[in-house]
Design a protein around this ligand. Sequence first.
Ligand SMILES: [Cu+2]
Length: 616
Amino acid sequence: MLSLSGRIAGRVAATTAALALAATAVVLDSQASSGVPDAPRPAAATSVADTTQPSTATITIQPATFGGRFTPRNQELAPGGTLTVVNTTAFTHTFTSVAVGNDGRPLFNVRIPAGTTRTIPVAGLSDGVYSYYCAIHPGMTGTLTIGSGGPVVSAPKFRQPLVQPPRLHGQHIRIVMRRAKVRVFPHGPRTPMLTFGGTFPGPTIVRRTGEDTKVTFVNRLPRRYGAVTIHQHAGHQQSRYDGQPASFLIRHGKKRTYDYPLTDASKPLPAALRFYHDHRMDKTARNNWLGLQGMFLTTDPREKRLGLPHGRYDIPLAITDRSFGKHNRLRNPFKHMAHMPNMNAAPGMETVGDRVLVNGRFAPYQRVRPGLYRLQILNSSLFSSYDFALSDGRPFRQIGTGSGLLPHPVVRQDILLGPAQRADVVVDFRGLRHKNVMLLSIPRTDGSTDGTGTRTAALMQFRVRGQAAPKARVPLRLARIQHYKVPRRVSKTWRFGLSKGRHGSYWSINGKRYNPKRVDHRVRLGSTERWKLVNTSHFTHYVHLHEELWRTLERDGRRPPPWERGYEDTWKLDPGESVEVAARFTDFTGDFMIHCHMLDHEDDGMMATFKVVRRR
Ligand SMILES: [Cu+2]
């Protein structure tokens, strides 16, 4: 086991230790962050009491031409304060938040009959700017600003511009994997990493969806890292191009060409931000930590009619954490395992870094114009999760997952993303010229007490300058999700838990540790199945299903929240949680994976194989 000292946030043995360490490391190491990642949001760390804000406030609904008018429309309130709404009109109104919470319902939604007074339950809300409206008379709107208007996280100095990795557009792409020095910090030496094509993250593959794409990966990594295998996360491809953990490997000095048709049942895959990364059995965490990750962006010209921000107003962001030592060198928490080539990770291993990077850079800034921007956010961390929020409290409009657009946009104050999850959002920078807005990660706001906490950090800064951005919009209808017939019966239940073996505990699925020679479930090609994913452990897992376009049917026995009503590939499962999902098994037979995307858990054995067959 690794001894814990000073500033290293690496692999450690216990959950609490890992998270406490991460927090301490951040505080010791930089001004980047504050707070404790796994604690419920501590008021002192995230908000500053504003003495000018009233602890009680009243909004009156006064008669007006169209039903009524909120007076004042824009109200401030101290955190934990009491808000009362008085309806002096002859009609019923509601006081409803635009943003929805983790249950998919508005954060507050109170019906106020004519001539009555109601208290609005806002005492538990975190700092932010909450737009509200009357659900009966949607023209009636206003804002409620609580506390500073945004979560307070102490910020680092943003000293370097955000960069986008080089973009590759070709029908046949060649990427050489090699050790290279990359720039992470604005000053000092560059950092040696394992790279795709010399950059970290690797080049962004940008392809029009539906257009077959071949990528040749050449393994020129130092020999000691052995063979690698590349998985396009959320892709739909032949089994042998899926990045099998123990077969179809790319050995040292060799190359392999992967074929990504970017179609499903002859139709183009939904356009989204996916990513490619190493998937080698027992080595996925190490190989990703050392740098083998890159974004894979598909575009769809048919989206043009939606009028979403595009071109330079559409910014992919890969968020991941690493730790660095002297001379900006990447720490290698896997070093001690080097002489034990076949050793699995121990169940308590959690690889977290003390610096959160955006597109491979620490604390970058991006100049933006006043207007709408699309941010496609990927959490490419091994283990860390983030609850993304904007520093001035303005909400996101989430338009998609990492597997395509949602049916309708969802307004959210904050967005929780675990490893490998993505969110496609639109941010409105209008009215902010000469101001700066930070992208933050804040402690989880959903009240989970036993789930894994999130990092607290200011990740990057947007500097709003210059002329207005071209007009863009977020339409109320975005995508059509295919609602094919799903069997009522669950055909397979997958239980994610901790099992006991002869040599201690290990992470398991249905009590078993991953074995590439074993098939855990067979599915007939062309069928539709309903699967249940259950977390039986006392720890959060982020479960990833390969290959198909999965839909979420239920979360904990209820309709999933609105942001889980599109296609999905990775689900949060807090202790005791379950989701039911369905997919049609189109096009390809062979072995595919199901695993936890917390890469230490995956390497420890929390992975299984389903096999698509012609005949069962
Ligand atoms: Cu896990």
